[in-house]
Design a protein. Structure first.
Length: 411
């Protein structure tokens, strides 16, 4: 079983902190080792020179038959064996070893061919100096790492805070708030140095402005075209009513009605896109309103009332939402179609193939239908827009045993 890391472990701040910590530790260790080696070599070298100097004096005194000074002896039992062997072999050398519970620098050389002349020099002070240096290195390294972490965390937090603000604005834009902007202060002052976060913020603001202008232009174009078509279509519809009865007249009237409905839908969508639609609230019993919608649709739709509720809503808009859901269920699904009222929750279900994957993932999209189905994809788009005006939540799903399910939750 693979254990996943917590979500915060993958954030930029944590990665930066880990990187800074590792680099600081590596640098502190490298500098500490260099200082330790340098000071140790210098200290040991000075002690070795002192011990060898005393050994030369002791050798001269021994060869002259003079009495040996304190700290000088021939073949002392405490002399390290390796140093003894070196001296007996006719060489001189030094070594640090413990003697009487304290560190001692030994220097040894040949005495009379078979024995070793040894000099001992107290090495305690030098050893304490190296230990103190090591402690100072550890403490200073810890303080340096801590200070670097604090400064680095402060700097990284400032960057990540700006990145999080940019991400929040991006999510607002993707959610439909095209007025959202990052407005990074660095982008407003060209004299200030521009970092990468400011460049991303400026690019996002520019993209949002461009997208907003294009969408507004599209909305204005759609509204203008629909509005301009409305007048001639009204005349065309009136003229079609005057045609003599017959199959050709029925076809003309059917197409004119379809074109007129499409134009009205486009006008309604353009009004919803502006975000200026406001609901006119009134008190309505849901069960009666649902039955009225089904009767007006002229379809065979079963109305199931589990629990009635009286809601404060815009009757016309709610009828529009439920009417579109019922019409879509009959047009793109299969019967039986049911409309269920359970308190403030209204469900419209059919028993067809269900909603397509793109609709479940991204919601209804205008002028897109699946599988060669007839229609313009505007019915569900209008239903979703009107539900938002009502402050209701409209969601789409597929039933486990087949069929599309639209659920409207009123506030």
């Amino acid at each position: 079983m693979r254990l996943g890391l917590p979500q915060w472990a993958g954030t930029l701040a944590v990665k930066a902190a880990v990187f800074i910590t590792v680099m600081c530790c590596a640098l502190a260790a490298l500098l500490g080792i260099l200082v330790h080696v340098s000071v140790t070599n210098q200290t040991v070298g000075q002690a070795r020179e002192l011990a060898l100097s005393r050994l030369e004096d002791a050798t001269a005194a021994f060869e002259a038959g003079d009495a040996l000074r304190h700290g000088v002896s021939v073949d002392p039992p405490e002399l390290p064996d390796s140093l003894r062997e070196l001296a007996v072999a006719g060489e001189r050398g030094t070594m640090v070893a413990d003697y009487r519970g304290r560190p001692t620098m030994w220097a040894a050389g040949p005495a009379d061919g078979a024995r070793a002349l040894a000099v001992e020099v107290d090495y305690s002070q030098q050893a304490r100096t190296i230990e103190g240096l090591d402690r100072a290195i550890l403490w200073s390294s810890g303080l340096a790492i801590g200070a670097t972490l604090l400064v680095g965390a402060f700097a990284v937090t400032r960057v990540t805070r700006r990145l999080h603000a940019t991400a929040r604005v991006a999510r607002r834009i993707s959610g439909g708030d095209l007025d959202a902007r990052v407005d990074d202060p660095r982008t407003k002052e060209p004299t200030r140095p521009q970092d990468e976060v400011a460049a991303v913020a400026a690019a996002l603001d520019s993209m949002a402005s461009s997208l907003q202008s294009k969408l507004l232009a599209e909305q204005r174009f759609t509204a203008d075209v629909a509005h301009e078509l409305r007048t001639p279509l009204t005349g065309l519809h009136a003229a079609a009513e005057l045609l003599p009865p017959g199959r050709p007249t029925e076809l003309v009237q059917d197409r004119v009605t379809a074109l007129r409905t499409l134009t009205e839908d486009l006008l309604e969508i353009s009004r919803l896109d502006t975000g200026r639609e406001r609901s006119e609230l009134d008190t309505e019993p849901l069960a009666a309103l649902a039955e009225r919608v089904v009767r007006a649709s002229g379809t065979e739709t079963e109305v199931v009332v589990v629990r009635d509720a009286v809601v404060e809503t815009d009757r016309r808009r709610l009828e529009r939402v439920l009417g579109n859901l019922v019409a879509n269920a009959h047009k793109h699904g299969r019967g039986p179609v049911s409309l269920t009222v359970d308190g403030r929750v209204v469900t419209v279900r059919d028993h067809g193939v269900g909603y397509p994957e793109y609709l479940l993932a991204h919601g209804p999209q205008r002028f897109r239908t699946e599988g060669g189905a007839k229609g313009h994809g505007l019915g569900l788009t209008i239903a979703l827009g009107q539900a938002e005006v009502l402050g209701a939540r409209l969601s789409f799903s597929n039933a486990v045993d087949g069929g599309a399910v639209a659920t409207l939750v009123l506030r």
